[in-house]
Design a protein around this ligand. Structure first.
Ligand SMILES: NC(=O)C1=CN([C@@H]2O[C@H](COP(=O)(O)OP(=O)(O)OC[C@H]3O[C@@H](n4cnc5c(N)ncnc54)[C@H](O)[C@@H]3O)[C@@H](O)[C@H]2O)C=CC1
Ligand SMILES: O=C([O-])CC(=O)C(=O)O
Length: 332
C-alpha cells in the first residue's frame, strides 16, 4: 500500500466535517486503495465535539484510516498536509446572503493562509468551502504567496452537481448520463448555471428538455437558490451534498476528469481569451478538465450574448466582494 495522503479538514466538528470525514475514510475522495491520515482542526469552543468526532472515526475502524491528528492548533493541523479542505467558518442563516458572513470568515482565511504556507507539504492542494467561498479562497491565496496560485481553489462543484440533478429530474435521464453543465462565476445567487454545452442521454440539454423558457428562467433560479432552499427546509445549510461534492472536486483534480467530461471549479482567472475575458486574478468558477493533478479551463466554447451578460454580472459581484474583503482586512 502507498504512503498515506494527509488530508486536513478545518471546521471538522461542524456539520460538513461530520459528513465529510467518513467519506474520505471510505475512499470517496482519493480512491478505494489510498490510505489517509486525517488532520482535523476546529476552534477551542468546539474542542470536546472535535474529540467526539475523532473517537467515532476510531470506532468505525476504517481500513484506510492510518492516523488522526485532532487539534485546535492551526500550525499543528497544517503540518505535512497534502490536501487541505477549508470548511471552518460561520455558516449563513435563513434570509442571509453568503457575503454577509464575510467579516468573520475573511479574517479566518487570512490567518490560516500563513499556517498553510509554512507547514503544509509543497504541492498541497487547497479547496475552500466556507462562504463566501470564492473570496475566502482569493484571500487565502493572496496571503500565502508561496503556494502556487493554481493550487488554491474553491467549491462550486456542489452547484455543478445541483445543475446536473435538476436536468436529470426534468428529463428523467439518470444523473450519470447528464454531462458538462457549467457554473460560471461566484458561489452565490449571481452564479450562472449554463446548460448550452451540456448533454443529457447524449442529446444537447436544450433539445432533451425542449423548454428554453424553463432553462433560461426557473432552472437558473433553482440552482442559484438551492442553498437557500435547503436552509429553509432543514434550518441548516447543505452538509451531505456539500461533503460529497468536496470529494468529487478533489478526486477529479487529483485523479483526472473522465474522458469527454468537464466539471466546474472555482480557480484563479488567468485573464484574457483563455479565461473568456474574465479579469485576471478573480477567483471565478470555470468549466475545467484535470490531468495529472492540474486543471485547465475548457477552451473554445461559444458564448452567446445572454450568457456573456450573466458571466459579467457574476464577475462584477466578485470584484465587489474582493474590494469589500480588502477593506475589512485593512480595518483589522
Ligand atoms: N461552497 C459550498 O458549496 C458550501 C459552503 N458552505 C459553507 O461551509 C461552511 C461550513 O458549513 P457547516 O459545516 O454547515 O457549518 P458549521 O457551523 O456546522 O461548522 C463550521 C465549523 O467551523 C468551525 N470554525 C469556526 N471558526 C474556525 C476556525 N477559525 N478554524 C477552524 N474551524 C473553525 C466551527 O467551530 C464549526 O465547528 C460555512 O461557511 C458554509 O456557509 C456550506 C455548504 C456548501
Ligand atoms: O447556502 C449556503 O449558505 C450554504 C451553501 O453555500 C450552499 O448550500 O450552497
Amino acid at each position: 500500500m502507498a504512503a498515506p495522503v494527509h488530508v486536513m479538514i478545518t471546521g471538522a466538528a461542524g456539520q460538513i466535517g461530520y459528513a465529510l470525514a467518513p467519506m474520505v475514510c471510505r475512499g470517496a475522495m482519493l480512491g478505494p486503495d489510498v490510505p489517509v491520515v486525517l488532520h482535523l482542526l476546529d476552534i477551542p469552543p468546539a474542542e470536546t465535539a472535535l474529540k467526539g468526532v475523532a473517537m467515532e472515526l476510531v470506532d468505525a475502524a476504517y481500513p484506510l484510516l492510518k492516523g488522526i491528528v485532532a487539534t485546535t492548533d492551526v500550525a499543528e493541523a497544517c503540518k505535512g498536509v497534502d490536501v487541505a479542505v477549508m470548511v471552518g467558518g460561520f455558516p449563513r442563516g435563513p434570509g442571509m446572503e453568503r457575503k454577509e458572513v464575510m467579516g468573520k470568515n475573511v479574517a479566518i482565511y487570512k490567518g490560516q493562509a500563513s499556517a498553510l504556507e509554512e507547514h503544509a507539504n509543497p504541492g498541497c492542494k487547497v479547496l475552500v468551502v466556507a462562504n463566501p467561498a470564492n473570496t475566502n479562497a482569493l484571500i487565502l491565496s493572496n496571503y500565502a504567496p508561496k503556494i502556487p496560485k493554481e493550487n488554491v481553489t474553491c467549491l462550486t462543484r456542489l452547484d455543478h452537481n445541483r445543475a446536473l440533478g435538476q436536468v436529470s429530474e426534468k428529463t428523467g435521464v439518470p444523473v450519470s448520463d447528464v454531462k458538462n453543465c457549467i457554473i460560471w462565476g461566484n458561489h452565490s445567487s449571481t452564479q450562472y448555471p449554463d446548460v448550452n454545452h451540456g448533454t443529457a442521454g447524449g442529446k444537447p440539454i436544450r433539445e432533451a428538455i425542449g423548454d428554453d423558457a424553463y432553462l433560461d428562467g426557473e432552472f437558473i433560479a433553482t440552482v442559484q437558490q438551492r442553498g437557500a432552499a435547503i436552509i429553509a427546509a432543514r434550518k441548516l445549510s447543505s452538509a451531505l451534498s456539500a461533503a460529497s461534492s468536496v470529494c468529487d472536486h478533489i478526486r477529479d483534480w487529483v485523479n483526472g476528469t473522465p474522458p469527454g467530461t468537464w466539471v466546474s471549479m472555482g480557480v484563479v482567472s488567468p485573464g484574457g481569451e483563455a479565461a473568456y475575458g474574465v479579469e485576471e486574478g478573480l477567483m471565478y468558477s470555470f468549466p475545467v478538465t484535470c490531468v495529472d493533478g492540474k486543471w485547465s479551463i475548457v477552451q473554445g466554447l461559444t458564448i452567446d450574448e445572454r450568457s456573456r451578460a450573466l458571466m459579467d454580472a457574476t464577475a462584477a459581484e466578485l470584484k465587489e466582494e474582493k474590494a469589500m474583503a480588502e477593506e475589512l482586512i485593512a480595518a483589522m
